[in-house]
Ligand binder design. Structure first.
Ligand code: ATP
Length: 631
């Protein structure tokens, strides 16, 4: 991760800035052209005042008055039109750039590995995508052009001023140069503050998003006051930051006003002496003062524009940082495209750490043949989700290798692999769309008939069709308008529609009522059939029917086998199992019997669930007793 507190120097950003500006160089060129015309037209007023004072007023040449006034009017019209054109061309183009850049940053963030998301808050990422890019508006918009225009005006004015009086100009420019050195220092101070503001903003937004999304928990624990305090502190930090920048900018405008006063007073003093000494006419003096204003004003204006540009740079700096992260598929190792996989998954001596040096999984060896069900059980924190995350190629092993159909997962192109992967998690990702959209998320554009078939198998139809808007019912953020069981059924339908070769299931721990449980179970049977399935198993029915059960503890596989063999062995699995479900009284296994072929997943899922009954276990979750093969 790049150091997010250190800001890059502006010159380090020039290549990036140019990358954004290059495609818009035509717009910029027109912008600069318009600005040049605008500033040249601006010279007409001060230049004409010399003639107004010396010729029209001093020498009473009234015939010159009309042409002078006309020239001033035309110049003003030109200035107005060019300003209008600048906004139309550059400000609009700047907004287009922002839209484009947002899309680019979002798609880049979408391609970053899961590990990046582990260490960055959702809200902070949202801020990077939505807010940080805004700064560029000032760079391409009128900010940059105003900056350049200001410099251009200052240059024109400087040449004319030197022609009028070298001494007076030397004094004025000397003071201005000293002031610009102060400005440079001030901007160096301000830029890190702007950068920090964006960071704070991202943090505050992030936390706010979390607390709004988690409103049920917040209210459930009556933590509104605490959340208010956290938000208040965040807003306070933001306020302090803004006040610091306001301090700096107000000092700068104070200094610039004083500077203006000092320069004006000096010029008055020197100018009066020049006029009295007959080295300068009053008209020349008036136009000198107006031209001097044109030299000083841009320097003062630079204070405002410079602040905008500093903000733009700070935003761009953070955007660059995100864009510099390597997307997971850009990994040079990932060159092997997978065809349709059979689903043979193998871990060979796999060790894994989220953070360097903190090994979470130790020397994991496992083989899951095509179409088999592997259940992962074990205490909390044992590493079950981590194993599953490795199967999904969210992370790479630190040692050893994972093979899918013989191909090292490290070298496999992720697009070719992930399309064959189906994931049903406890907290399934449902979004605020319709039921149909949520199901079809896994295969956008799937024929309607297939979507409906998946819904039927997962028993989504039962509740969807009873809603007023049927499959077009909008289910609310994260599916809040559905019950837990209904949400699970939608995510099962989604996975069925995807028809993956390898399936990852994280069963819900929360006990669903027995009816939902049996309805979900049926969808699950269908879903697992013929696919290599890894399941973090909490349901008795899944555990008992799995082809192999891996018992994880402290990141190691401590036992493996079928339910019968492990139960009979009376080891760690037996302990875990009996603690949860009690001792099985209806199942007696003769020694060695558990090593026999595991029970297959039913070829067809029971349409009516008739072979199973639901029982309440004292002190445990409701579960269904599946008649064992021996029964
Ligand atoms: P549970 O049943 O509670 O979900 P689990 O068996 O699935 O637990 P894992 O989630 O795989 O366990 O976690 C294994 C270990 O890895 C834990 O000690 C956890 O603290 C650590 N861990 C998990 N995710 C991360 C992460 N993103 N960064 C750092 N450590 C992590």
């Amino acid at each position: 991760m790049p150091d997010s507190t250190k800001s890059a120097h502006w010159w380090e950003m020039l290549p990036d800035i140019w990358e954004f500006l290059r495609p818009r160089r035509g717009h910029l060129a027109i912008g600069f052209g318009l600005m040049a015309v605008n500033r040249l037209a601006g010279l007409v007023l001060p230049a004409s005042s010399k003639f107004l004072f010396d010729n029209v007023i001093g020498k009473r040449q009234l015939q010159l008055l009309l042409p002078i006034i006309l020239a001033v009017l035309v110049a003003t019209a030109v200035q107005g039109l060019t300003s209008f054109g600048l906004t139309q061309i550059l400000s609009k183009e700047a907004q287009r750039l922002i839209a484009q850049l947002r899309v680019r940053v979002q798609s880049h963030v979408g391609r970053l590995p899961v590990a990046y998301y582990d260490s960055n808050k959702a809200g902070a990422l949202v801020a990077r995508i939505m807010t940080d890019v805004e700064g560029l508006r000032n760079l391409l918009g009128t900010g940059l052009v105003q900056f350049a225009g200001g410099l251009m005006t200052a240059l024109f004015a400087f040449i004319i001023l030197m022609k009028i009086s070298v001494t007076m100009t030397a004094v004025a420019v000397g003071i201005l140069l000293a002031f610009s050195l102060v400005l440079r220092k001030a901007f160096a101070v301000i830029r890190p503050i702007f950068r920090e503001r964006r960071k704070i903003n991202a943090e505050v937004t992030g936390r706010l998003t979390e607390s709004i999304a988690g409103v049920r928990v917040v209210k459930g624990y009556h933590a509104e006051q605490r959340e208010r305090k956290v938000f208040f502190d965040g807003v306070q930090r933001l306020l302090e930051n803004v006040l610091r920048t306001l301090n700096a900018t107000s000092y700068m405008s104070l200094a610039s006003t004083v500077l203006l006063g000092v320069v004006s007073a000096l010029m008055m003093y020197m100018g009066a002496q020049e006029i009295v000494g007959q080295h300068m006419t009053p008209g020349t003096f008036v136009s000198y003062i107006l031209f001097l204003g044109m030299l000083v004003a841009p320097v003062v204006q630079v204070v405002g524009v410079g602040t905008q540009l500093s903000e733009a740079m700070a935003g761009l700096d953070r955007t660059r940082e995100v864009l510099a992260e390597t997307p997971e598929d850009d990994d040079a190792e990932r060159t092997v495209p997978l065809g349709t996989v059979r689903g043979d998954v193998r871990f060979e001596h796999v060790s894994f750490a989220y953070e360097a040096g903190k090994i979470i999984l130790h020397d994991i060896n496992l083989g899951a043949g095509p179409g088999t069900v592997t259940a992962l059980v074990g205490p909390s924190g044992a590493g079950k989700s981590t194993v599953v995350g490795l199967v999904c190629a969210f992370y790479k092993p630190v040692e050893g290798a994972i093979f899918v159909d013989g191909a090292d997962l490290r070298t496999v192109r992720l697009d070719s692999y992930r399309t064959q992967l189906g994931v049903v998690l406890q907290e399934s990702f449902l979004f605020d769309g319709t039921i149909r959209e949520n199901v079809a998320f896994s295969r956008p554009g799937a024929p309607e008939a297939e979507v409906l078939k998946a819904c039927r198998i997962a028993r989504v139809d039962e509740f969807a069709e009873s809603f007023e808007h049927g499959y077009d019912t909008v289910i609310g953020e994260r599916g809040v308008k559905l019950s837990g069981g209904q949400r699970q059924r939608v995510s099962i339908a989604r996975a069925i529609l995807a028809d993956p070769r390898i399936l990852i299931l994280d069963e819900a721990t929360s006990s669903l009522d027995s009816e939902s449980e049996s309805q979900i179970q049926e969808g699950m049977y269908y879903l697992m059939r013929g696919r290599t399935t890894f399941v973090i198993a909490h349901r008795l029915s899944t555990i008992r029917k799995a082809d192999q059960i891996l018992v994880l503890e402290g990141g190691r596989i401590v036992e493996r086998g079928t339910h019968e063999s492990l139960y009979a062995a009376g080891g760690r699995y037996f302990e875990l199992y009996t603690k949860q479900y009690g001792v099985e009284s209806n199942l007696f296994l003769a020694p060695g019997e558990g090593d026999a072929e595991p029970p297959p997943i039913p070829a067809t899922f029971p349409a009516d669930g008739s072979s199973e009954t639901t029982q309440e276990v004292p002190g445990g979750e409701p579960f269904r007793v599946i008649p064992s093969r021996e029964a």
